[in-house]
Ligand binder design. Structure first.
Ligand SMILES: Nc1ncnc2c1ncn2[C@@H]1O[C@H](COP(=O)(O)OP(=O)(O)OP(=O)(O)O)[C@@H](O)[C@H]1O
Length: 229
């Protein structure tokens, strides 16, 4: 279980989050939606401890609010996608999947190939020669090989063709385990409906209503509040 209670966050003197609360259980995907600048990425940064914040962040029963990022990531096996600069362009897909991984994670290479079959024929290809969607799959596969307990996805489809994003989201759904809590940041509710269990609105640094992703009327209502008309 991951929960945030009344989290506030600042960049220097600029306050980005005023009051964000949320809860996501293992085996569940919570999507955060909202307009540009609403505070979705800042919420992810607050979970990671990458931004100065107040309020409470609890991971699997432990209050980690005062923990540094590396301790949170290590202790709770937090996976983050996209991890900026997490891939090495001049290294092959196989090398990228294996570099810096523990022995246990390295053993999960076969499972990653089963999840992303299109990468199997590309194992010897340099990541620099892959498409954006394929690169995103390598980043996801690499993260999932570590069996994270918390997965933070910040617009994993940004800049990719809708059909590729749908494919990536379908795979994430297939790879969900009962031990994994996922927070997904997306601009629009329509996009996340098939992947998320719950959708929560973030607006001007505050968490708003939450609806079940299966609730089409609820999603439309959130979109209207977030984006108008
Ligand atoms: N590094 C930073 N320094 C100063 N202000 C920042 C920084 N990053 C974000 N902000 C501000 O914090 C607020 C929330 O930004 P955030 O990136 O969390 O929004 P977002 O909902 O993720 O938006 P988007 O969908 O555009 O990525 C915005 O007002 C933004 O200008």
């Amino acid at each position: 279980m991951l929960s945030l209670e009344h989290v506030q966050a600042w960049y220097g003197r600029t306050q980005a989050l005023f009051d964000v609360s949320l809860e996501v259980a293992p085996g569940e995907v919570l999507a955060l939606i909202g307009t540009n600048g609403a505070g979705k990425s800042s919420t992810i940064r607050a979970i990671l401890g990458l931004v100065r914040s107040k309020g409470t962040v609890v991971m699997y029963g432990t209050d980690v609010s005062n923990w540094p990022t590396h301790k949170r990531v290590r202790e709770f096996d937090i996976g983050v996608v996209p991890e900026s600069k997490s891939l090495f362009s001049a290294m092959t897909v196989r090398e990228n999947l294996l570099v810096g991984q523990s022995r246990t994670a390295s053993r999960n290479l076969d499972r990653a190939m089963a999840a992303f079959p299109m990468l199997e024929s590309r194992l010897a290809t340099d990541v620099g020669a892959l498409s954006g969607g394929q690169r995103q799959m390598v980043a996801l596969a690499r993260t999932l090989m570590r069996d994270p307990r918390i997965l933070l996805l910040d617009e994993p489809g940004l800049g990719l063709a809708p059909v590729i994003v749908d494919d990536i989201y379908a795979r994430i759904r297939d790879l969900l385990t009962p031990d994994l809590a996922v927070v997904l940041v997306e601009q629009s509710a329509a996009r996340v409906a098939r992947l998320a269990d719950q959708v929560r609105l973030i607006s001007i640094g505050r968490s708003g209503d939450q609806v079940a992703a299966a609730d089409a009327d609820g999603l439309r209502r959130l979109e209207t509040i977030a984006f108008g008309g």
